[in-house]
Design a protein. Structure first.
Length: 254
């Protein structure tokens, strides 16, 4: 517990200091574009701890979780298949590189044309734009399996499923989770962009509508919420990642 508190204090001092500076520096501000932080927090509490939780926050979180989950599942499945199959990997290599190189926001008009405006389109954009780090990380992790481990698995006559679960995936775990972390970050960005351009609800739609109506305080409040969502989701993911890769510390590979 003491170690946890020390670690928290070490990480939290700078954000706390910046918030304190912002609070006192903006106190009494009459600028249209830089309202007092106290006013921003008042709107934040009114909107995001109250009336807009159901109408905007929950839909955004739902689309984020579904899009991220689909990206991870599809990325791992396709990555394992392509990592183990050299011919299939050669066949789709340039297609993967092409889609991976596309800036994800340009996919929004494609999603609107194919699916239309709504939650399904937002999820489609998240998956189409965020799957690639997990896919490439899985391919690289599967291909990195040491020849000694591969031969040992064959000598013990492990089944394909046993080799996958006890040899291949544990070896590829660090690369897969590194790709998943990038996929999570891209998912947050893409769900907001998709909501800004083609949605009738969500945090992204709220921020854009506030900006277009010159509701500057609401714009700041929505932007702060996006930062909180990104921070908390990354914090949860890092915690899970450390637990999953705990074996690395025991084996001295960290």
């Amino acid at each position: 517990m003491t170690h946890t508190l020390k670690l928290f204090a070490l990480r939290a001092w700078l954000p706390v200091l910046l918030v304190a500076i912002w609070w006192f520096a903006s106190r009494g501000s009459t600028s249209l574009y830089f309202p007092p932080l106290s006013q921003i927090m008042s709107i934040f509490a009114e909107d995001w701890l109250g009336r807009r939780v159901v109408s905007d926050l929950l839909p955004t979180l739902g689309k984020l979780l579904i899009g991220f989950g689909l990206s991870v599942v599809l990325g791992i499945l396709l990555g394992v298949f392509l990592g183990l199959n050299r011919w299939a990997r050669s066949l789709v290599e340039y297609i993967v590189l092409f889609f991976r190189s596309l800036p994800p926001p340009v996919l929004v008009p494609v999603g609107v044309v194919i699916i239309g405006i709504g939650a399904a389109m937002n999820i489609f954009i998240v998956v189409l734009g965020a799957i690639w780090p997990t896919l490439m990380g899985t391919i690289d992790g599967v291909r990195s399996l040491d020849l000694v481990q591969r031969d040992m698995a064959k000598s013990y006559r492990l089944t394909v499923w046993q080799r996958l679960m006890y040899v291949i995936l544990p070896n590829a775990g660090p690369q897969i989770l590194a790709g998943m972390r990038t996929t999570l970050q891209l998912s947050i960005i893409l769900v907001v962009v998709a909501e800004m351009l083609a949605s009738t609800n969500g945090v992204g739609h709220y921020v854009l509508a506030s900006q277009q109506t010159f509701a500057v305080t609401e714009t700041w409040a929505g932007t702060l919420l996006l930062g909180v969502i990104g921070y908390l989701t990354t914090l949860v993911f890092v915690s899970i990642e450390r637990r999953v890769l705990r074996w690395q510390r025991g084996s001295g590979q960290e």
